[in-house]
Design a protein around this ligand. Structure first.
Ligand SMILES: Cc1cc2nc3c(=O)[nH]c(=O)nc-3n(C[C@H](O)[C@H](O)[C@H](O)COP(=O)(O)OP(=O)(O)OC[C@H]3O[C@@H](n4cnc5c(N)ncnc54)[C@H](O)[C@@H]3O)c2cc1C
Ligand code: SF4
Length: 370
């Protein structure tokens, strides 16, 4: 712990006002929070704040339904399904993060359009922006949306990644998949697969995320994206990866109320004693994302390196690029390119686990540099 603290102080980044404006945009308030309900926390991706906010909106008749996303098995493969939850239990049923491609525009937006009532919406930053864009030209749609919550998002993965991981687990279990959780438990957490022969396999989340974090099988749209926190959302909710919170034994959400409307809704929810909360400086939230957020925002580096690798990425932020940011962008784009090769991508899963870990540490080390 002592060394963790020293390391954390050494790697602390000094974010400027300009960094805040560019990476987060306007905001009203920021908090560290977690659900006071242990059961909700245990089933949550992080501190369960997303679930609590949706339940409270529903309970207090501010919404008639919550647009949520659940992972399901479709022909034995892990996929997602959007639905509008109209009861507390239905909201609870969708807890957790689904790190696999979704079809928000074609599946979720029609659900909201057809729903008879007001909704709260959870989505990834790109999905919330797509919804906002459509709502601008569709007053009926706009009228239905009471609150949007963006999950902080580094990137999402193509189905090939989860399919390969679950195939491997099925071979180990000698059975077919019955249920799958991407991530459970504290800090980095564990994945959990249940099989038809009643076996349950838990593995460190890194069994999946070591590939994911290195951008193997990332969705292509994520290479072009610089929205980490959800510019267009009313509330942004993510994890907080700092060592002082790791030792607390509870997962915290970093929560940003992006405007006066969400700030007011949130302050009413906080009065109801359902969330443990501490109002913090926005820098505390950024510190919890100090590696992923600056990399995500610096699309200029991916633009430059993309040119060399034949991937055309428009530079929408025109940011100065440091030497290590070129290398990080190269790692990400070369890994992505490798994973798109039908002929050679099978070799990704043959990289020895230790080598993969060293490669990831190298990448994370580069991301940590100031
Ligand atoms: C693809 C992806 C990438 C992420 N990357 C980061 C990151 O880099 N850094 C970070 O701090 N946090 C990231 N998160 C967010 C983080 O994992 C948690 O989702 C967030 O902190 C909310 O936690 P919670 O405990 O409040 O959620 P819970 O109370 O468990 O509720 C989660 C809610 O999210 C919804 N949901 C889950 N997956 C999806 C999805 N794919 N699309 C739309 N809705 C969904 C569920 O319906 C549920 O209502 C990511 C999440 C996803 C899905
Ligand atoms: S990184 Fe951007 S484009 Fe990719 S899923 Fe997240 S918000 Fe969407």
């Amino acid at each position: 712990m002592f060394f963790d603290k020293i390391l954390e102080n050494l790697l602390k980044k000094d974010f400027t006002l300009d960094d805040i404006n560019s990476m987060i945009g306007p905001y009203d308030n920021s908090y560290l929070v977690y659900s006071k309900n242990k059961m909700i926390r245990e089933n949550a991706a992080s501190g369960g704040a997303t679930t609590i906010i949706l339940i409270e909106l529903l309970k207090n008749n501010l919404i008639d339904g919550a647009l949520v996303c659940k992972n399901i098995l479709k022909e034995g493969k892990v996929r997602t399904k959007f639905y509008i939850a109209t009861t507390k239990n239905e909201i609870l049923f969708s807890q957790g993060s689904n790190y696999v491609a979704t079809k928000f525009v074609s599946e979720a937006i029609p659900l909201i359009r057809e729903f008879d009532g007001k909704v709260g919406v959870v989505g990834l930053p790109c999905d919330i922006s797509a919804l906002k864009k459509r709502a601008l030209n569709d007053p009926k749609l706009e009228e239905k949306i009471v609150l949007t919550i963006a999950l902080v998002c580094g990137h999402n993965s193509q189905t090939k990644l989860i399919d390969t991981i679950t195939n491997k687990l099925e071979n180990t279990a000698n059975s077919t998949l019955k249920d799958y959780r991407f991530r459970k438990g504290l800090w980095r957490g564990e994945l959990e697969a249940t099989f038809k022969n009643k076996q349950k396999i838990s593995k460190p989340f890194s069994y999946f995320s070591n590939y994911q974090n290195l951008f193997f099988f990332s969705q292509k749209k994520c290479l072009y994206c610089f929205d980490h926190f959800g510019y267009d959302a009313d509330i942004s909710i993510g994890d907080v990866w700092t060592y002082d919170l790791k030792k607390k034994g509870i997962k915290f959400n970093g929560l940003i109320a992006k405007n006066k409307k969400s700030s007011l809704i949130l302050s009413n929810i906080l009065k109801r004693n359902v969330l443990n909360f501490e109002e913090v400086d926005i820098l505390r939230i950024l510190e919890g994302q100090k590696r992923a957020a600056p990399f995500h925002y610096n699309i200029s580096a991916r633009h430059k390196v993309g040119k060399l690798l034949g991937i055309a990425i428009p530079d929408k932020v025109k940011k100065k690029i440091k030497w290590h940011e070129y290398i990080s962008a190269f790692i990400v784009l070369i890994n992505w390119k490798w994973s798109q090769s039908k002929k050679y991508n099978k070799y990704i899963f043959k990289i020895p686990k230790l080598l993969l870990k060293i490669y990831l540490y190298l990448y994370k080390g580069l991301e940590s540099l100031k």
